[in-house]
Write a protein that binds this ligand. Structure first.
Ligand code: ASP
Length: 463
């Protein structure tokens, strides 16, 4: 691993997004969310600044949220319609630095992994990370932490098989009682007594419907070496059917990370021309009998462009011109863009729109340059792809509601010489519903500001 930091590390976290109403978030409850999010933001930033990889930092942040009852993951997970808890988690990595694709410690990993239907594992996110590290299987079909298996280890595994792996890997298990929380149980009971369209909603005093916070958590980190990682963890949706698979463990739906190269300048062709030379004699041989390649300093394959002497040059009896090439051509200049995103909201809508990859693919494949910020808004912002996917059901159920966070980082090889200045990633987010719990570092002209927010506007204690 390069010892020289290339990037200023940065990060963003989310709790849930949904029809969160100010009237359902009194100051005391808001203060609890604020304190939790701020402390996880700070401890993760501290790790990143002290050399943690993006993957370790993102898993750290999510593990903390998995122990916090406020969030719908790990200990605070919601119940299925059968009164059970089935958790899901995922991780994905990429790098903004081309050379690290082959040399970094991620190279031995699969790029992404998700675990499904997990019971009693205290930190499902650690299970997802362990699965990411397994790329092969030994002769007995057991996962191995090496590349020897030829990439034969799967990217998604479901319980109970993967729980046996968690035991083998020494992960911590907790009994059912540890995961039981009063608030989630009450949400579950209330939901069972309602019909399908409003089984998740509660009517507020102002006439609006609110849905139990779809509180999936996620964290996206950029480390000092330019690597990006996303970690996402959830209990799913309140009263989901047992066995339902959501977006959070599904690559491309609730999370994604990728990097690609872009040309940022044309190749520079060699400069070719004619130079006057003093050649008293050519021994009867015309200089034009020499091929252009004979006159070039390097292999003729470098040659781009055409050389066409004029008639008068060709017919000159003095033979006093020689073709020349002044410089070697350069290959097109390239830079690498890397993105990683995590989503929260109605997972079935994220699945139907392949929301996370759709946002990243917009940034990658659009004909004009589209920033990750704009792509995330086009999917998860007001009137975006998720909202439109709900059609007539928009605002009648939780369908289509959600938000997304992410980081975009760029690495331009040409900057390498001036790398005393650390590059910076860009933190992005958007949501199409009442609110999204989130904490992030905002870069204001080089000054780092901690932000903890729920709504579009800052929380105010007067309604
Ligand atoms: N996306 C999650 C799911 O549907 C729920 C959430 O984000 O809160 O499983």
């Amino acid at each position: 691993m390069s010892s020289e930091p290339l990037f200023k590390p940065t990060l963003i976290l989310h709790g849930g997004a949904g029809a969160i109403h100010r009237s359902a978030l009194p100051p005391a409850l808001y203060a609890r969310y604020h304190a939790s999010l701020l402390s996880y933001l700070r401890s993760t930033k501290h790790l990143l600044e002290n050399g943690a990889t993006a993957l370790d930092a993102a898993v750290h942040a999510v593990s903390l949220m998995e122990d916090d009852e406020l969030f719908n993951c790990g200990r605070g997970s919601v119940f299925t319609s059968a009164g059970t808890i089935e958790m899901e988690a995922s991780v994905m990595v990429t790098s903004s630095v081309p050379s690290r694709d082959v040399t970094n410690e991620h190279a031995g990993f699969k790029r992404g992994a998700g675990v499904i239907g997990i019971k009693n594992v205290r930190h499902p996110i650690r299970l997802a990370r362990n699965l990411l590290r397994q790329t092969g299987q030994d002769a007995n079909g057991n996962p191995v932490d090496t590349d020897g298996g030829g990439g034969s280890m799967h990217s998604q595994l479901a319980g109970p098989y993967v729980e046996d792996l968690a035991r083998k890997w020494g992960l911590e298990f907790k009994p059912d009682e540890w995961f039981w929380t009063k608030q989630r149980w009450e949400e579950h009971r209330r939901g069972l007594n309602k019909d399908e369209t409003d089984s998740h909603s509660t009517l507020m005093a102002d006439g609006a419907h609110t849905y139990p916070s779809q509180g999936t958590v996620g964290c996206v980190c950029l480390d000092q070496w330019g690597d990006l990682a996303v970690a996402t963890s959830t209990g799913g949706l309140t009263n989901k059917f047992p066995g339902r698979v959501g977006d959070s463990p599904t690559l491309g739906a609730g999370f994604w990370a990728e990097a690609w190269d872009v040309d940022v300048g044309d190749a520079i062709p060699p400069s070719i021309g004619l130079r006057r030379i003093t050649m008293p004699t050519t021994g009867g041989k015309s200089i034009w009998d020499m091929t252009l390649a004979d006159c070039l300093p390097g292999p003729s394959s470098f040659l781009r462009g055409t050389f066409e002497p004029s008639d008068s040059q060709l017919n000159s009896p003095l033979l006093s011109y020689q073709p020349y090439i002044d410089q070697k051509p350069s290959l097109p200049r390239r830079k690498r863009r890397a993105v990683a995103v995590s989503g929260t909201g109605n997972g079935d809508s994220f699945l139907r729109t392949a929301a996370a990859r759709t946002a990243c693919a917009m940034a990658r494949f659009s004909k004009t340059t589209v920033s990750l910020a704009d792509a995330v808004s086009a999917v998860a912002g007001a009137d975006g792809e998720l909202q439109r996917s709900a059609g007539r059901r928009w605002n009648k159920t939780s369908e289509g509601m959600g938000g997304m966070i992410g980081i975009e980082a760029e690495f331009d090889d040409e900057d390498t010489a001036s790398s005393s200045v650390l590059r910076r990633g860009k933190v992005v987010l958007d949501f199409n519903c009442g609110g999204m719990y989130r904490a992030y570092i905002e870069d204001l002209d080089g000054e780092e500001i901690e932000r903890v927010m729920v709504f579009k506007e800052p929380y105010s204690s007067d309604r």
